[in-house]
Design a protein around this ligand. Structure first.
Ligand SMILES: *Cc1c(COP(=O)(O)O)cnc(C)c1O
Length: 429
């Protein structure tokens, strides 16, 4: 049972789990693949979705559900599920409502893994994506829709471009066209932005990032706001609004209502068939991360702000991209959607280009070179020589990752130590 009307700090610590008399204070790890029943009839009711309960951990597990309930409370949603990774969450979030022959509109400024999933792998499954500039006008956005469009997708703060999405603009045009807006809220976290409050319908997370926060476990989550009226757009969403023959003719939107249909379908059908389950042990680690999420996000943002201000004033740095800097193009949108902070990731250019950027990173002592962000430990990446190394200079610029770009994820250390580390490295290039 969810505690009534608590504030977000309290939800981080106590949400999703209320132990009874004499029960464990910490969320128990139910490390069991299966669950015992007295009669076959009891179990049959679960298989028919006539009763709720657990029978096999590929579909649902009590530890995972407890942690999903906490994230659901943080986002202000109606239902949520954990998945094995952020990639699985992005895939399920779209595939739950779009299939072969359908079309989806997505912001072009998204995580590279998501772009590949959409543009290559889901394209092979017969789903077409139109990628739009996140800064497009309403008119340009309207033009991207087709009669078979089933969803709109974007990231609150895009990884790695750090563009800020105008969520209300995207929600408005999505709803005009009778489809939901799905937001990947990984970088902002519900501490800094709750997309449902701005009209988004479904939120996804790579919990691997700030929610875990300690570089421990890969994971994902999907949260439904319960606000999208599937039955009002019946013809677009037959998977939710007509009987599912693989589930004894259940119509999800009728049986589970607006608040439960989407997550029930994603669990009963997609998790059953794809099995992208999070382990109870990983969910336990994730919950430990969530307990301190509020406190950590404040520190990540403070450190990034101080580092970004230092970089902006340094003459060995050619440009700085951080949406909470007043000089940033996205500062007005960041102030509107994330007034108390954005994220801990800053990107910048080193004078002297690609060679200087590589030389600079070699000299860092506290900040480590890693393909990761949102860890307690600060880390950095030079995309041109790592994740994007197959691209030439022109392609790099087109992808928004010029050769001099360094992506820095500010951890939870003392910011003066981070600044000194950067200053030393710049002086020793
Ligand atoms: C990392 C990331 C993903 C993918 O998540 P995994 O947990 O690595 O599968 C998706 N979206 C964003 C914004 C990310 O940063």
């Amino acid at each position: 049972m969810e505690k009534a009307q608590t504030r977000i700090e309290t939800k981080c610590v106590q949400g999703g789990y209320t132990p009874g008399n004499g029960e464990p204070r910490q969320v128990p790890i139910i490390q069991s693949t299966t669950f015992k029943y007295s009669t076959s009839e009891d179990m049959g009711k679960l298989f028919d979705l006539e009763a709720s309960g657990y029978f096999y951990s590929r579909l649902q597990n009590p530890t995972c559900d407890t942690v999903a309930a906490k994230i659901c409370a943080l986002e202000g949603g109606s239902a949520a599920m954990l998945l094995s990774s952020g990639q699985a969450a992005s895939f399920f979030s779209v595939f739950n409502i779009a299939s072969c022959g359908d079309h989806v509109v997505s912001s072009a400024s998204i995580y590279g893994g998501t772009y590949n999933l959409f543009a290559v792998t889901m394209k092979k499954m017969g789903i077409d994506f139109t990628f739009v500039d996140p800064d497009c006008t309403e008119e340009e956005l309207r033009k991207a829709f087709r009669p078979n469009t089933k969803a709109v997708f974007g990231e609150t703060i895009a990884n790695p471009a750090l563009t800020v999405l105008d969520i209300e603009k995207f929600a408005k045009i999505a709803h005009e066209n009778g489809v939901p807006l799905i937001i990947d809220n990984t970088f902002a976290t519900p501490i800094n932005c709750r997309p449902f409050e701005h009209g988004a319908d479904i939120v996804t997370h790579s919990t691997t990032k700030y929610m875990d926060g300690h570089g421990v476990a890969v994971g994902g989550c999907i949260v439904d706001s319960g606000k999208f009226d599937w039955m009002a757009h019946k013809e677009k969403f037959p998977g939710l609004c007509t009987p599912d023959m693989s589930y004894h003719g259940i119509t999800y939107a009728e049986k589970f209502g607006q608040g439960g249909a989407y997550i029930t379908k994603a669990t009963a059908q997609l998790m059953r068939d794809f099995g992208s389950t999070q382990s109870p042990q990983s969910a336990f680690y994730l919950n430990l991360g969530l307990e301190s999420l509020y406190v950590r996000m404040q520190r990540h943002c403070l450190n990034a702000q101080k580092v970004a201000e230092f970089l902006e004033s340094n003459d060995k740095i050619t440009w700085v991209n951080y949406p909470s800097l007043p000089s940033n193009k996205y500062y007005p949108l960041a102030q509107k959607y994330m007034p108390s902070g954005t994220c801990g990731v800053v990107s910048f250019g080193v004078k002297g280009g690609r060679k200087a950027a590589e030389a600079f990173m070699k000299k860092l002592q506290i900040i480590a070179i890693e393909t990761h962000v949102a860890d307690a430990r600060s880390c950095c990446l030079h995309p041109a020589s790592a994740t994007h190394r197959q691209m030439n200079e022109e392609e790099l610029i087109a992808a928004g990752v010029p050769g001099d770009l360094v992506r820095l994820s500010c951890g939870l250390e003392n910011y003066e130590d981070l600044i000194e580390d950067i200053q030393n490295a710049l002086e020793n290039i």
